[in-house]
Design a protein around this ligand. Structure first.
Ligand code: HPA
Length: 285
């Protein structure tokens, strides 16, 4: 355990400001870059990090209360630099519930990005395609989400200076930013779907029956991340948008078995397209 990190210990909203103070101090000792945009990269989605004009890379383990990332395909660093000329912070590797992390901890990086100055958070993930029309490699703008993780990052005493006790979620996925994502993709000649993302805890992939249930609930893509970060960032007043990279038809839709190795291969194959969309989106902010 590094820096007092305790796996799975719940972090209430009221505890976040002190955590963010310590994180901000540690980061300000290394860079005074003030990001306008924060980017969270999903499994195998390294492209936007490569496109970053890097100033400083801080391994998670060097930040107070943060552990080194463990999931394969997740590098575990916070990158500071310029993306398309815009000051940006990039979370290369995220914290997942399935690793044993608490919901409040999963959401802490996006709160940190807001604290450092980011006005916009872009969340990315690898996801299974529940919509039968999605092929592997499809990119989906997240229009809305279902938090089916049974966990929530805002449980416990609130921090009213950060956000309200009962935050509205009507506009969590910012309509204007979604429009801009589509515009950026059109400029790049890339097609974007738009749909509903469901977050489950994992780490198992879904059963075919679960996928049929999700489709019945109006879900288009399913994964193990993103929703908690979106909730927390929106709560704290940061604008949120996101894109899922569909790496595979969800369980039961193709007859094939799912493997993380194949998810990473598919993410790496389609990742450059997502990186282009994001670079253009940021350039036009
Ligand atoms: N289900 C959940 N998460 C995923 C999937 C999936 O099929 N593919 C990539 N991440």
């Amino acid at each position: 355990m590094s820096g007092g990190f305790a796996l799975g210990r719940e972090i209430s909203p009221a505890e976040q400001p002190a955590c963010l103070d310590a994180l901000e101090r540690a980061i300000r000792a290394r860079t005074d870059l003030r990001p306008r945009v924060g980017l969270v990269l999903g499994s195998g989605l390294g492209g936007p990090a490569d496109a970053l004009d890097l100033e400083v890379a801080i391994p998670f383990g060097e930040l107070p209360g943060w552990p080194p990332a463990t999931a394969p395909g997740h590098a575990g660093r916070l990158l500071f630099g310029r993306l398309s000329g815009v000051p940006a912070v990039v979370q290369q590797g995220r914290f997942h519930l399935y690793e044993g992390h608490a919901a409040g901890f999963v959401a802490q990086p996006v709160l940190l990005m807001g604290r450092l100055g980011a006005e916009i958070i872009v969340l990315t993930n690898a996801a299974g395609g529940v919509n039968p029309n999605y092929r592997a490699g499809a990119l989906m703008v997240i229009a809305d989400h279902l938090n089916l993780a049974g966990r929530h990052p805002l449980i416990g005493p609130n921090a009213p200076d950060l956000g309200p006790r009962f935050p509205d979620m009507t506009g969590v996925w910012d309509a204007e930013l979604r429009r801009r994502l589509h515009e950026a993709a059109a400029v790049e000649g890339i097609h974007l779907e738009e749909g509903v993302y469901a977050c489950l805890t994992g780490p198992s992939y879904e059963t075919p029956a679960e996928v049929r249930m999700l489709r019945g609930l109006g879900v288009d893509a399913v994964g193990m991340s993103t929703a908690l970060e979106a909730i927390a960032a929106h709560w704290a007043g940061t604008r949120v948008c996101g894109v899922s990279l569909v790496t595979n038809p969800a369980a039961g839709l193709s007859g094939a078995q799912l493997s993380h190795a194949e998810v990473l291969v598919a993410a790496e194959a389609a990742g450059p397209q997502l990186a282009r969309v994001i670079a253009r989106f940021v350039a036009d902010l």
